[in-house]
Design a protein around this ligand. Structure first.
Ligand SMILES: Nc1nc2c(ncn2[C@@H]2O[C@H](COP(=O)(O)OP(=O)(O)OP(=O)(O)O)[C@@H](O)[C@H]2O)c(=O)[nH]1
Length: 169
């Protein structure tokens, strides 16, 4: 079945048919607390410079900044949605990829429902390290979902001699 985007730009969830039956039923009963719908915590981890902050800014603000500013410790954004008429908040925690900040960030991982492990599509090592990120922090698991997201942050040529990867990949 082809899946359209579940959430529109104005943050209204319009494809209620995509919701699980538990969520739909809870929304109809206006009893979303029982399925933890009102607030969810997402943590984005991954190596330095792979595009974690860019990914979050694109999702939350629909912007892209070419200038690199390393995340210091952790940062977070809150996105508010409506799902089947019920207000819903998504806390998105942006962590620093630098080794020296790892211990700070780990304190914020607890209670996350979703972990996104980000990597640079042009650097296979950053993909290999995604497993390490989860193994280093057993407190990250178990979570309800784990997603791998690739970006082209490094802008390395994909094939020798070809131009750099375009800014939108
Ligand atoms: N071309 C291209 N550049 C990207 C992409 N995503 C991120 N960048 C660039 O890559 C650099 C690093 O991006 P960030 O989002 O700051 O990376 P980060 O993983 O949050 O870095 P840390 O905070 O140090 O862990 C920035 O200069 C971005 O503009 C992408 O998909 N394509």
């Amino acid at each position: 079945m082809p899946l359209g985007p579940p959430v529109s730009r104005d943050r209204q969830c319009f494809l209620s048919t995509l919701l699980s039956w538990q969520v739909s039923a809870a929304c109809q009963r206006r009893n979303t607390g029982t399925v933890g719908l009102k607030l969810s915590k997402v943590v984005v981890v991954g190596d330095l410079y792979v595009g974690k902050t860019s990914l979050i800014h694109r999702f939350c603000k629909n912007v892209f900044d070419r200038d690199y500013k390393a995340t210091i410790g952790v940062d977070f954004e809150i996105e508010r949605f409506e799902i089947a008429g019920i207000p819903y908040s998504l806390q998105i925690w942006d962590t620093a990829g630098q080794e020296k900040f790892k211990c700070i960030a780990s304190a914020y991982y607890r209670g996350a429902q979703v972990i996104i492990t980000a990597f640079d599509l042009t650097d296979v090592q950053t993909l290999e390290h995604t497993r390490q990120w989860l193994e280093d922090y057993p407190c990250l698991l178990p979570v309800d979902g784990e997603h791998f997201v690739g970006s082209c942050a490094g802008q390395h040529p994909l094939v020798p001699g070809t131009p750099h990867v375009p800014s939108k990949c």
